[in-house]
Design a protein. Structure first.
Length: 368
C-alpha cells in the first residue's frame, strides 16, 4: 500500500489540469476578489473618530471621555467646527451632550451604525438607572457598580473585540470552494479505479489488494496534495494579499484538513458513478459552484438568508460549513459552532468514502 500511495502521489503531481482547478484557479479568484474589494482584515477594533459638542449633560460628557481611546477617538469642538469635520469626512459622527444626548451622522456605514448603537445603549442604561432610582433607591448603588465598566457591556456585541470588512465573507466562501475543488483530482483518482474507464484501472483490477485499501490509498494521496494546496492558498491570502483570518492560526488546520478530505471524498464519490467523464465533470462543476454560491461566494449575505429560511441547507453544504468554521474562530469566537462544523464535515466525509467504496466494490465487468 505504501508503494501504491507513492506512485499515486507522483501521478497527481503530473496532472496539471487538476492542479489548476485545485490551486491556481482559487489563487486567481482570491486576487480578483482583492482587486475588487481591497484588503479585508479581522484585526483589533479600531477607535472611531467622532466630534463631541459640549452641553449641559455632564454625565454624557463623562461617558464620552471614558470611551475616548477605547471605542472612540473623541475630539471636542464647537458645533460649527464639528459639522465641517463631518462634511469633510474627518469624523464619522457628532455627539451632542445636551440634556437629551443626540448623534448626527452623514451616512449609514458600519462605523455610523456602531455609534448609533452606542448612543442607544447609553440611553437605555440611563433610563434603567432612573427607573431603579424611582422604584428602589437602595439598589441604585449596586446597579451603578455593575455598569461602571462600560467596555464589558459592549464586548458581547463587538464580536470578541474585533470588527471586519463585510467583503471578508467572500474570502471565507472562496476557501470553501477551493476545498471542494479538490474533487477534480478526486474524480480522476476514482476513474483510475474503474476498469471500464482507464487502462491503468484495468491492470489494477487483477492486483490482489483489497478494494478498500485502493480507495483509501487514492484518497490519501489526493488529500495530501489538496491539503498543501489549501495551505498555499491561505499563505498567499495572508502574506501576499494581506488578508487576516484572525490570530488563531492553529485552529485553521483542522478546517483545512477536514475541508480538503471532504472535497476529495466528494470527487471520488462522483468518479465512482456510472456516467461518462464529461457528465461527471459537469456534475462536479455545477454542484461545487452551487454550494459555493449558497455559502456566499457570489452574494455575501446568501448564507445568512438561507440560515433564516432553511438552515438545514447550511448544515448539509460543505462549503457553508467550512465558511462557518472560519467565522466561528475569526469573528464569533464560538467553540461550539466551530466544533459542530467540524463534526458535520467529518460525518459528510465518512459517508462519501463509504458510499464510494460500496460503489467501486460492487463493480463487475464482462470483459476488459
Amino acid at each position: 500500500m505504501k508503494h501504491l500511495y507513492k506512485y499515486n502521489l507522483l501521478q497527481i503531481l503530473r496532472r496539471w489540469d487538476d492542479l489548476f482547478w485545485a490551486l491556481i484557479f482559487p489563487i486567481i479568484m482570491a486576487t480578483l476578489f482583492y482587486a475588487t474589494f481591497g484588503s479585508s482584515t479581522i484585526d483589533n477594533m479600531k477607535a472611531i473618530p467622532v466630534a463631541c459638542v459640549h452641553g449641559e449633560n455632564i454625565a454624557f460628557e463623562t461617558f464620552l471621555n471614558e470611551m475616548d481611546g477605547e471605542m472612540l477617538e473623541a475630539e471636542w469642538m464647537d458645533e460649527e467646527e464639528a459639522r465641517k469635520a463631518l462634511e469633510t469626512g474627518k469624523v464619522s459622527g457628532i455627539f451632542f451632550a445636551k440634556t437629551e444626548p443626540s448623534l448626527t451622522v452623514s451616512s449609514a456605514q458600519m462605523n455610523e451604525s456602531i455609534l448609533g448603537t452606542l448612543l442607544q445603549t447609553y440611553l437605555q442604561n440611563q433610563k434603567l438607572m432612573e427607573d431603579i432610582r424611582d422604584s428602589n433607591p437602595i439598589g441604585l448603588l449596586g446597579a451603578i457598580g455593575s455598569l461602571t465598566d462600560y467596555k464589558e457591556l459592549v464586548e458581547p456585541v463587538s464580536t470578541g473585540g474585533r470588527t471586519m470588512d463585510g467583503s471578508i465573507t467572500y474570502f471565507f466562501a472562496l476557501v470553501g470552494m477551493a476545498c471542494l475543488f479538490g474533487a477534480f483530482p478526486g474524480v480522476t483518482a476514482a476513474m483510475q479505479l474503474r476498469a471500464d474507464q482507464s487502462a491503468l484501472a484495468a491492470r489494477r483490477s487483477i492486483v490482489p489488494l483489497h478494494r478498500l485499501h485502493m480507495v483509501i490509498s487514492e484518497m490519501l494521496s489526493v488529500f495530501a496534495v489538496q491539503f498543501v494546496n489549501i495551505c498555499l492558498l491561505l499563505l498567499y491570502m495572508r502574506f501576499i494579499l494581506h488578508i487576516s483570518f484572525g490570530p488563531k492560526w492553529p485552529l485553521l488546520l483542522p478546517i483545512c484538513i477536514l475541508g480538503s478530505m471532504t472535497g476529495v471524498a466528494y470527487g471520488i464519490f462522483i468518479g465512482s458513478l456510472r456516467m461518462g467523464e464529461g457528465a461527471k465533470t459537469g456534475l462536479l462543476v455545477g454542484s461545487s459552484l452551487l454550494m459555493s454560491f449558497l455559502a456566499g461566494m457570489m452574494m455575501g449575505n446568501m448564507k445568512d438568508i438561507i440560515e433564516h429560511i432553511c438552515p438545514i441547507i447550511n448544515r448539509l453544504n460543505p462549503a457553508a460549513l467550512i465558511s462557518d468554521a472560519f467565522y466561528s474562530i475569526s469573528i464569533y469566537e464560538n467553540p461550539a459552532r466551530y466544533g459542530r462544523s467540524l463534526i458535520l464535515l467529518a460525518v459528510f466525509t465518512a459517508v462519501l468514502v463509504l458510499a464510494s467504496f460500496v460503489k467501486l466494490r460492487r463493480e463487475r465487468y464482462d470483459s476488459l
